[in-house]
Design a protein around this ligand. Structure first.
Ligand SMILES: [Zn+2]
Length: 169
């Protein structure tokens, strides 16, 4: 049996926890799981955590590691909140949503931000994913937004062939 060591975990939301692990690499894996399991809401996030070895109740400064963990958005919860029909088997298309012709649905924003837009061809639900340059914005993360078009917008999208007519099935 391997000898267990003590490590203290910290995370961006102010939480901390002491765990036992055989070595720093194993403690880092514990850290990632613990950070991922905390409550980050539905939007997703990029969060940091830190682990430092504890020996005799003292922190060992040179046995420490930091990690950045990507928390995936809860797409189902976000779509439901946007008012999307729960029974739609969403199928995404970037056609007709703006952007340049070689790369429909993609356009640049301020600085290093890029937007990818798409809509569901069945119900018209709109999705915009905003990507940032993670090298520059270390603690920023990709965000996703869902929006249900108004009935007028939906009629327009149907007229343009972006969305199927309501009696398609
Ligand atoms: Zn849909």
């Amino acid at each position: 049996m391997r000898k267990m060591r003590k490590y203290r975990l910290w995370c961006e939301d102010g939480g901390s926890k002491d765990v036992e692990a055989p070595n720093l690499a194993a403690a880092v894996e514990r850290l990632k799981r613990w950070v991922r399991g905390r409550d980050w809401g539905d939007e997703g996030a990029r969060v940091w955590g830190e682990v430092t070895r504890l020996r005799g109740g003292r922190l060992i400064e040179d046995e420490t590691a930091t990690v950045t963990v990507e928390i995936e958005p809860d797409h189902t919860a976000l779509m439901r909140r946007a008012g999307a029909p729960p029974d739609c088997d969403h199928e995404w298309s970037s056609e007709g949503g703006g952007g340049c012709t070689e790369n429909p649905g993609v356009w640049g924003g301020k600085g290093m931000v890029i937007f990818h837009s798409a809509h569901c061809i069945h119900c018209g639900l709109q999705r915009v994913v905003q990507t940032t340059d993670s090298q520059r914005n270390r603690y920023e993360h990709d965000t996703v937004k869902y929006r249900m078009p108004s009935s007028g917008e939906l009629a327009e999208m149907r007229a343009e062939g972006m969305v199927e007519p309501p009696d398609a099935e």
